[in-house]
Design a protein around this ligand. Sequence first.
Ligand code: NOJ
Length: 559
Amino acid sequence: MSQSIEKAWWKETIVYQIYPRSFQDSNGDGIGDLRGIINRLDYIKSLGVETIWLNPIFKSPNDDNGYDVSDYRDIMDDFGTMQDFDELLAGMKARGLRLLLDLVPNHSSDEHKWFQESRKSKDNPYRDYYYWKPPREDGSAPTNWVSYFAPSTWEYDDKTGEYYLHLFSVKQPDLNWENPTVRREIYDVMKFWLDKGIDGFRIDVLPFLSKNLNWPDQTPENFDGNLGHFYANGPRLHEFLHEMHEEVFSKYDCTSVGEGPGISPEQALLYIGKDREEIHTLYHFEHMDLDRDPFNWVKPKKWSLVEFKAINARWDAIVEKGGWNTAFLGNHDFPRMVSRWGNDKQYRNESAKLLHMYLLTQRATPYIYFGDEIGMTNVDWQDINQYDDLQVFDGLNKWKEAGGDEAEFVSYLPFTSRDNARTPFQWSKGENAGFTDGKPWIGINENYSYINKESQEDDEQSILNFFRKMTRLRRENEILVYGDYQDIAPSDPAIYAYTRTLGKEEWLIAMNFSDLATSLGSGHLENKKLVFGNYPESATPDGNALRLQPWEAVILKNE
Ligand code: NOJ
């Protein structure tokens, strides 16, 4: 193991991400809630994960499903009450589970009291909580910036005759981090939850907190069409994060994971290097852009394993320089893992297991998105009305504005829409997949009759039980957390093979990311024995060759 790696619980932990709206409904309103999670804590514990990340649970009018917060110190009505939260936290602690909440500090809801005040008058004490600017001379918006969920990042407000900034929807005005009082408010919110006993935060669009106050227009010279690149890494960002560390993180045994759009591995070290005293970890999006048009999220594109491995190698290298990584293959903003990176038809079982093996053998903290442990897939919805996400509707407007055809746009959604990953958890083949007694807030994937937790529970060969065995293997073998990582076949188009080494021990993970049987040749295969595999009869090396079946994955170690 590299001398430079300092051990920490947040490097060793396995994170399970829950989208509360879709996990388990307890009161028949068709929306998942905190009590639903409480009722499923034993299941979560049984997975062998140790930390839960909950997508936002704070009070919100739900323009963007909780990423528009109207009160940072209260619970969303749909999800329950503060008493439910306290009970949830107590239930987690009793089971040795940790909790990360999802902090949304870049923007609030326009229904937050701060914004309601701010828009009243130019001299309101809350005016500077947000970015307000007068129109240009011709009356147009202050810049030509494109918003993630609207044509422009600026919305004109009649009341005071000025525009406010919103990088996301018009109902998500950006908080003004230049204002020290705003920063203090957010630190106080963080302390409020940490004092309750949570273990840290996932921090939404962290790199966007500091804005370029020269307000340059987007031009071909400074804007490559990728919004993340343009809005990330503003001039005062690291000053703010250092302050956050001083004011909050340094006072608690906690962790933080920054959502990191627009960040390169080199920049990552500025956020997470130990001497920087900013945040603990972040997750990047470089691999997430591989299978879609980087300038138009809706359009799928073919991805290559060689590129995927190259990205991983560049990110793994930051561990040698004092950083630490996270490993994820999907979350609430992307389609389902097995539908993207695996084969969700003929080899769904094998490929879902392979992907879990990948996640749980990386030199990084693994993040598993709920439902992936049973191999849930994308939907097959061909009707725009089946979708619920504001990103879809804004995307369609922009698409049509650029002359695109609606039917083509809709045909891409089963590959790229966020709603693919937001359908309810498939607990059983019973009514509404056991998710709710009411009408689910979004459709349930039709395949719940055969993809569900109940049918996998007692099947030793199920994806669910494979996942449990993998979490256990990682928890019991430090080499999988801290061991050195080396890709031994970076240019192989079908096989991903890497070693993890610690002291005299060498483990080899070899995975066939293809529908065809294929062979790996390597000196690392000699004198290796099988630890674990995803086929009932696993491949074992013959000298320095290993033949892998479609989507076969094995872990070997030296004798
Ligand atoms: C990133 C979140 O993950 C996404 O779901 C949300 O829409 C945007 N940030 C805006 O908060």
